[in-house]
Design a protein around this ligand. Sequence first.
Ligand code: DGL
Length: 259
Amino acid sequence: MNTQPIGIFDSGVGGTSIWTAIHALMPHENTLYLADSAHAPYGTKSKEAIIALSKKNTEYLMGQGCKIIVVACNTATTNAITVLRETYNIPFIGIEPAIKTAALQTKTQTIGILATKGTLSSELFSKTSGAFTGSIKIIEQVGEGIVELIEDGKLFSKEMKALLKLYLNPMITANIDYLVLGCTHYPYLMPLLLELLPKHVKIIDSGEAVARQTKAVLVKHDLLNLQTKKAQNRFFTNGNTRVIATLLGEKYKVDYLNF
Ligand code: DGL
């Protein structure tokens, strides 16, 4: 069982940012990554649709013998992880925008969050952010169109830069000192974000925290892979294999899967 892969899924290519953190922390773990790019973006879909797609992804990964499932998607986590945990007998790790980290550290009492509509309108998110409203100002911005451009392989395009300017400028004017990335596609925007944001604004992404949490849960369930041989890392997408391969620096083979 311990040599079985860690299953990771996202609505598309973004969750590879989480895979990278997991692989860096646990290089001997076998992994299986599933990108449901044919159905991206999840962020504009109803809660029911997000749950149905998340179940389908989970069942595929469980069918492949995965020992744990990492929901490498804020939108799927905030809308579906409760149902997934109730439905399947396997440990789940989710990812949520790291509002708390930013809220506890802000000096300007103002933080920005960029996430999908599905995440920002979810109950789970309102609970987390609700705990801080009153003490600090949270500027929520839907990153409409960003996931689509990344899925299209237009990460560093003119359109992307224009969208980011539109979304970040009101936050800059409001004097944020933290920007929380609430979507696993967004860490790939880092060079553009660094260019567009003032130097003092810190950017928070939860990839490493998710990797640490995954390891802790594997240890707790006695599922850590103790072998030292090279891990097997497999990537599947029902979209464009080239986009993922490029994001992974052309170091891994990505296979097309019709699902
Ligand atoms: N990577 C997903 C997330 O973290 C993108 C959601 C979408 O497909 O809209 O929310």
